[in-house]
Design a protein around this ligand. Structure first.
Ligand code: URA
Length: 191
């Protein structure tokens, strides 16, 4: 994990590197237990995250922490990261090129942590993780497959992929908020 952190600090190949350094932002590597059974994968850091170097530490993060606690876990017991480790300007969506550039860092984090379940937050991490684990045929709109669990094979054994809405999308949408709370309960069996 330390190597990943060191490499990301000097990741000049990224189109987001210049934006990060000129704003005195940090790359956001991830945080939590390296022995976590549950790995959460978000999209990309926002401003709060880039200023502190910590994932999900703004309003969406507060909601994510609440959801984690709703299944009887503490935030420190899971691992939380993003596909893209640097903030895109004005929180725009990450580009396919950025996802491709940063994904190998996420792949290495998965190999280190070896989680029993990868919970994707939002459609970008859902699409990346499902394709990465050869679940292309099961991939559909997030409105169709949120709250579902898919079996995946890894080099360290079978795991589950759970597809969830992004907490930021659900934050100010009452219906989606309730759906995310309900979908989250699927993770209880891994807690
Ligand atoms: N949204 C994300 O996808 N990741 C964060 O770390 C914060 C907000």
């Amino acid at each position: 994990m330390r190597h990943i952190r060191d490499e990301l600090f000097v990741f000049k190949e990224s189109p987001l590197f210049e934006y990060r350094t000129s704003n005195n932002y940090f790359p956001v590597i991830g945080e939590g237990s390296h022995d976590a059974r549950i790995l959460f994968v978000g999209e990309a850091p926002g401003k709060n995250e880039a200023l502190t170097g910590r994932p999900f530490c703004g309003a969406a993060g507060k909601f994510l922490t609440e959801l984690i606690e709703s299944i009887g876990l503490k935030r420190e017991q899971v691992y939380i990261t993003n596909i893209v480790k640097d903030r895109p300007p004005e929180n725009r969506d990450p580009t396919p090129n950025e996802i491709e550039l940063y994904a190998p860092f996420l792949d290495r984090q998965i190999d280190i942590i070896q989680p029993k379940v990868i919970a994707t937050l939002g459609r970008y991490s859902m699409a990346y993780i499902m394709r990465h684990f050869d679940l292309d045929l099961e991939l559909d709109a997030i409105s169709k497959i949120h709250g579902k669990s898919f079996k995946a094979n890894t080099s360290y054994g079978d795991i589950d992929i759970v597809t969830l809405y992004h907490p930021a999308a659900a934050l100010y949408n009452g219906g989606m908020r309730e759906t995310l709370k309900k979908d989250f309960q699927i993770l209880k069996s891994y807690a």
